[in-house]
Design a protein. Structure first.
Length: 273
């Protein structure tokens, strides 16, 4: 059939209305967030959606519908969100900050086993230490993924920390088997934040994965080093003043001993004369 005579299928009215609805949500929301829901069971999806009630609206529609809605919504910087939309995503609208919303999603994620072909969300590291594995085939299986092992107390022990899959790499069947034996679950199931649009700042945020435990640990390390740094640069404040006073006291005593020792020496020299 001649291409000119081919009939172009009209877009159904219900699809047009859906695009219009989503475009309006985009225009009227502070935060528009894209989250991956790949591999998320329907039961888990409903549980998380219920927890977000009153904080965010969740829509699951086709990628083409989202793209049309973004185009219809206008807003130049928003158009950059298109390149970040993949398959199996949920579109979220909220009046709370993008990073606060991402934090809520992270709180509702659960660990899951890796499957062959999965992409590692982060570096997958196996820490050194004793395992519950008995010597046998497991020795070669662990060795095949780069782990150095030894027999200790009748069981296998991993001798050194080792990254067996780097972030973004495909997880092989060999690695899946080893992770299963070591009871390591590196995957996350839930709403995985991909990117967000902040209408107030008119800015797209990528890499909005929130690591609360990691951030808290970094904060603790920073606090532990803060006093030493403040003292080293001579910064005087409520937290360091007691240290400087104590140091001055010790220096005063040391100086006093030096002066007294010098006076004793001079007196001896005077007597000898």
């Amino acid at each position: 059939m001649n291409a000119e005579l081919e009939r172009v299928k009209a877009i159904p009215d219900y699809k047009k209305e859906l695009v219009k609805l989503i475009a309006e949500k985009i225009k009227n929301s502070k935060t528009v967030l894209i989250a991956s829901i790949k591999g998320l069971p329907a039961s888990k999806f409903q549980i998380i959606k219920k927890k977000l009630r009153g904080k965010a609206e969740v829509f699951v529609v086709k990628k083409s519908t989202i793209m049309r809605a973004i185009s219809e919504a206008g807003k130049g910087s928003l158009q950059n969100l298109k390149s970040l939309i993949g398959s199996d995503v949920a579109l979220m609208f909220s009046d709370i900050d993008a990073f606060e919303l991402a934090g809520l999603l992270v709180d509702n994620q659960t660990s899951a086993k890796a499957k062959e072909g999965d992409l590692a969300p982060e570096d997958i590291e196996v820490e050194a230490g004793q395992t519950d594995l008995m010597p046998g085939p497991a020795i070669s299986e662990l060795g095949a993924v780069g782990l150095k092992v030894a027999v200790e107390g009748g069981k296998l022990a991993i001798k050194n920390n080792a990254i067996i899959v780097k972030k973004g790499e495909i997880i092989s069947s060999k690695v899946v088997g080893v992770l299963g034996k070591l009871k390591i679950m590196p995957m996350k199931v839930g709403f995985i934040p991909v990117a967000a649009y902040d209408s107030t700042a008119e800015k797209i945020y990528e890499e909005i994965k929130i690591d609360k435990k990691g951030a808290l640990e970094n904060l603790r390390i920073g606090i532990s080093k803060a006093l030493g740094f403040a003292v080293s640069v001579g910064y005087v404040c409520d937290g360091t003043i007691s240290y400087f006073i104590a140091k001055a006291g010790l220096e005063e005593k040391a100086l006093k001993k030096i002066v007294e020792g010098k006076n004793v020496q001079e007196n001896r020299e005077d007597k000898n004369e």
